[in-house]
Every structure is written in C-alpha cells, then in structure tokens.
Design a protein around this ligand. Structure first.
Ligand SMILES: Nc1ncnc2c1ncn2[C@@H]1O[C@H](COP(=O)(O)OP(=O)(O)OP(=O)(O)O)[C@@H](O)[C@H]1O
Length: 574
C-alpha cells in the first residue's frame, strides 16, 4: 500500500493534461467572462437600492432590469460554452490516452502493475475531474480577486476583511487535504485490492468449490473486506469532519462580513445597497474555495489515478499504431545465435545456437521447467532476449516483433480463447473471412461439431472457452493457429487434450503444412508427434542437450530415459 502511495508524483497530473493547454486557455477566458458577469446581480442590486429607490423612476428600473437580464443571458451562455468545452476536452483526452493505455496494458513485455480494468477506471477518474465542477472552481479562483477588488471599492475595511476570510478558507482547504489525503488513498487501494481478489478468484469458482477452497477464500476475502471497511470508515469520518468544519467556518465568515458591513452602515460610511451587495460578493469570493473543499476527494482520486496512469504509460513504450508488418518472404528460416532469456533475474534459456529450417517439423522435448514454452514464446516474439534471433536474415527483437512477424500461428500451452464467437476466435477478431475460418476448422476436424451447436460458428464462448469441451477448445486454438496458413507454426503441447482421433488428425495436419513449406515447431511430452518429426531438440535446464535428426534423437532419448526417466513422459519407442 505504501509503495503505491509513495509512487504518487506531483507532476503526473500536469504532464497528462498539458497537451490540452489550448482548451484550458479557452475555458479560462470563458471563466473570466462568466465571473465578471456574475457581478451583474450585485451591481443591479446597488442600482435598485441606491438609484431607483431614490429617484423612484420606473423608466430607470425598466432600463436597468433589461440590461441586467441581457448580461445574465450572456453569462449563462458563457457558462454553457465552458461546459461544452470541458466535455469536448474530455472526449479528446479519452481519444488521446485511451489508445496508449490499451497498448500499455496489452504489451506482453512489461510486467503489469495493475489489472487492465483498473487502468481504464483511472483514465475515467482523471477525465471526470477534468470535466467536472472541481476544475471550474480552480479556474474561478483567480476571479475571487475581482470580487475582493469590488469590495475594496465599496470600503477598504470590507476588502481587507475579505482577504483575511479567503486566507482562512485556504487554510481550511490545506488542513482538509492533510486530514483527508492519506485515508482517501488507503481506502482507494483497499477497495482495488478487494475487487481484484474477487475478479481473479471467481474465475476458478468450480475448482475452488470442489477442492474445498471456498471457505478459506471467503475468510481471506472477509479479511480484505474488513480492511476496506475500516479504511473507508476512517476516510469518510475524516472527510465528514473536515466538511463540517468547512461549513461552519464559511457561514460564520459570511455572517461576520454582514456584521462588519452593518457596522459601517450605522457609522454612515456605507449605503444600504452596498451592505447587501457586500454579503453577495463575499459569498462569490469564497465559493470557488468551497467547491474545491467539496471536490477534494475527487481531486485526490484523479491525482492518484494520474500518477498510476503515467507510470503505466512510461512502462508501455510501444508503438500505439504499429507500422504495417514488413513483408517477410515465405518460407521462414529461423536462426538463433548465442541466444539467452532471463526472466525476473533468472536465466531461463542459455546460449542457444540453432537453425530451424522450413518444411520440416522440429519437436522440442525436455523435462518440466526446462524452458520449452519459453522457447516457443521467444520464437513468436513475446519474450525479450540477449543474443540474436533472425528470420530470413532479419533481426527480430521484442520491439519490432509485432511489426515484423507478419505470418505466425501460435497455440499456447493454455489455449486462451477470448470471450466472443467461435468465428471471431478463429479469425483472431479480425475481419471474418468465412471460407478460411471453415477451412481451418475442417482441417482440425472441428467443423461438424461446430455445426451441431445451435448457433454454429456464431456460438459465443465465455472467457474459459465454454460451452466447448477441453479437447474442442484445444482444437479451436489449433484452428486459430493455422488460420490463413501461416509461414511459422509454433504449437505448445497441441495434443495434450486430444484423443487418438485428434492425434491422428494432428499428424495429418503437420504433414500437410510441411508440404506448404511451413516452419513448424511442436512442443510435446507425448511420443506420438515423433512420427511426423524431422528434427528433435532436447532441452534440460534451459540448455540444448541434443539437437539433430529424429532417429538419432530417439536413441539419445531412450538412453536418457533409461538413466533419468521423465525427459519424455512416454517412451519415444513405445
Ligand atoms: N514469466 C516468467 N517469469 C519468471 N519465470 C518464468 C516465467 N515463465 C517461465 N518461467 C520459468 O522458466 C522456467 C521454464 O518454464 P517453461 O514454462 O518454459 O518450462 P517448460 O519446459 O515449458 O515446462 P512444462 O513442460 O512444465 O510446460 C521455469 O522454471 C519457470 O518457472
């Protein structure tokens, strides 16, 4: 919690809103107009008491009233225009930062400091403050000076008293910030932690229930909830206390101002009209401070959100709109030179030197945790590395992988289907190219099963891939990988959930893609894949312990299994 609070930097808010300076300047001008025109009711009142009442002229009354009504209409127009500008600026803010936040949240090379939904909520918090009353109050503060100047023209004592009252109101605002800031942030962080806990755990509802974890999870959640309730109670109590003090100070000051004006009137130094006008003027002068005190909570949230957002945007230094993919000519030859991968300060892959040729199937085997999946992710460009990785002599790195790898099919170990229709998932959420979608599903033997679903290819999947079975989800992941015949196909445990028919289909598929000169890398614990394998790579603790043609590899694996069982779960010769 402390870390989050320490990360707050004062400059974050301004650096986020700085691009919108022109709009703020326009709003400031409109604020000037609104605030100057807000003097109209006061001046009107003065005219009525000090001129119309004395002259008893109906014509003057009508003329002054019409002038005041016209000016008030202008004031309402300026205020309305200011609100419109604020709304427009909010939309521009969303358009400017929305894309960047999305890109940063979806950048696989950065460890996320927060869940995606939270980043978007933070964007909302900053935008809401930018377009709300709190910001207008800040723009109005300089015009309090104008009201004080008018009070000075009525009587220097009134002006002096107003300055003292404004300073007191500022003091209350600063005290308010001191009292409320820390509990507000603690409450916000506590709420985020509770929400995050629920979001994460509810995904595995059934497993938690069956394994008897529900009760322990509930206890943990209750502990978090009670922390949140405690933090919110502290915050709301501090906030209510400060609002009460603020209200008391404000009303007392307004009454005192009236008392000073009344005393000056008794002394014959002030007219009756000026006495009433002074009460209106001090209310106007203090109003922005009052709104700021009330909006303090919102301001703190927006400021904290701005700091978190800025940190996120600095992390995600990736192109928001990547350049179109460079056309890498098929087929792909992959070359890894002295390539290493380090994740969270641990060496996962060591000095790999490999050439992976097209039109051949490379099978990667090795014990659990030996780095197979990391190698797969590296080949599809989502893992930063040292050393060199080339495709057809073009160097691939974490920064350019997205724009360079234009034809990749990847099936991760956890299939990771997205919420959406079957067709959308196969087409990778791009334009729905029905012939290719159907072709991919036919190739993996899923087409008939999809047609048997009431809504066929339009069946919606949830984020766990339901209503498809485990094997069907894996086949759908495979269909998504082979969609539009990629030049590079990386399959991580593609047969883990497949029955013998599924496995036979997979062999046929790999044969077919070999004919298309596809570069194929398959990670598997199961020996079945070896039937279509050309080359075998064996990893152990992140190092290549064997790389070469399949048959020599099988001899090596058999020897290894005899001395250290478990390199391949099944015996390759079985
Ligand atoms: N994002 C990560 N951050 C830190 N360490 C990681 C990360 N991903 C993987 N590792 C570590 O890298 C090592 C290799 O993991 P990897 O998933 O590549 O192994 P694997 O050979 O595919 O294992 P399995 O056969 O069990 O799937 C493991 O020790 C794992 O803890």
């Amino acid at each position: 919690m402390n870390a989050v609070m320490q990360s707050l930097s004062r400059g974050a808010w301004w650096s986020l809103v700085r691009p919108f300076r022109p709009q703020f300047i326009q709003m400031t001008w409109l604020s000037l107009l609104t605030n100057v025109l807000m003097l109209v009711p006061t001046l009107y009142m003065l005219q009525l008491y000090d001129r119309v009442m004395l002259s008893r002229s109906t014509l003057t009354l009508v003329a002054v009233t019409m002038l005041a009504a016209g000016l008030l209409l202008l004031m309402a127009g300026a205020d309305w225009l200011r609100s419109l500008y604020a709304i427009k600026t909010g939309v521009q803010f969303d358009l400017t930062y929305g894309k960047q936040v999305f890109a940063a949240v979806f950048d696989p090379h950065h460890v996320q400091r927060q869940p995606p939904a939270q980043a978007l909520q933070q964007l909302n918090a900053v935008r809401q403050f930018m377009t709300g009353q709190g910001l207008f109050a800040m723009l109005d503060i300089p015009w309090s000076v104008v009201y004080i100047a008018v009070l000075f023209t009525l009587h220097p004592l009134l002006g002096g008293t107003a300055i003292v009252f404004c300073l007191i109101q500022c003091g209350v605002a600063v005290w308010n910030q001191r009292v409320v800031a820390a509990p507000a942030l603690q409450a916000q962080v506590a709420r985020q932690m509770t929400d995050y806990f629920i979001q994460q755990k509810v995904r595995h509802l059934q497993t938690s229930h069956v394994l008897g974890m529900s009760q322990t999870l509930r206890q943990r959640w209750q502990a978090l909830l009670s922390e949140q309730a405690q933090a919110e109670h502290t915050w709301l109590a501090a906030s209510d206390r400060s609002q009460f003090v603020n209200k008391w100070v404000r009303y007392t000051m307004q009454s005192l101002m009236l008392a000073v004006a009344a005393w000056l009137t008794i002394q014959g130094q002030l007219s009756l009209g000026s006495m009433i006008a002074s009460n209106v003027l001090i209310a106007r002068a203090l109003q922005p401070f009052d709104v700021i005190v009330h909006s303090w909570r919102q301001w703190l949230q927006a400021n904290a959100a701005a700091s978190e957002l800025q940190a996120l945007l600095n992390l995600g230094r990736i192109a928001v709109d990547p350049k179109p993919a460079q056309a890498l000519a098929r087929p792909y030859t992959l070359i890894l030179e002295n390539l290493g991968v380090e994740l969270q300060s641990r060496r996962i892959l060591h000095a790999l030197n490999l050439t992976i040729a097209p039109g051949r199937v490379l099978c990667v085997m090795g014990p659990s945790g030996s780095g197979k999946s990391t190698l797969a992710r590296l080949l599809v460009g989502v893992v930063p590395h040292s050393g060199a990785y080339y495709i057809n002599q073009l160097a691939i790195n974490a920064a350019n992988a997205r724009t360079v790898l234009n034809s990749v099919g990847y099936l991760p170990q956890q299939v990771s289907l997205l919420e959406g229709t079957i067709a959308e998932n196969v087409a990778r959420f791009g334009a729905l190219d029905s012939p290719h979608i159907i072709q991919a599903c036919q190739r993996v033997g899923l087409h008939e099963a999809i047609l048997r679903l009431p809504q066929g290819y339009d069946t919606r999947l949830d984020e766990q891939g339901l209503p498809l079975s485990g094997g069907q989800r894996q086949l759908l992941g495979l269909a998504r990988a082979i969609y539009k015949e990629p030049a590079l196909l990386v399959l991580d445990e593609p047969n883990a959930s497949l029955d013998e028919f599924g496995e036979a289909m997979l062999m046929q598929l790999l044969q077919a893609f070999k004919q298309l000169q596809t570069t194929i890398v398959v990670i598997s614990h199961r020996a079945g894949v070896l039937k279509v394998t050309d080359d075998l790579l064996v990893l152990k603790r992140g190092e290549v312990v064997h790389h070469g043609p399949r048959d020599a590899g099988i001899v090596y694996l058999n020897q290894l299994n005899a001395t250290a069982p478990g390199v391949a779960t099944e015996s390759p010769c079985a």
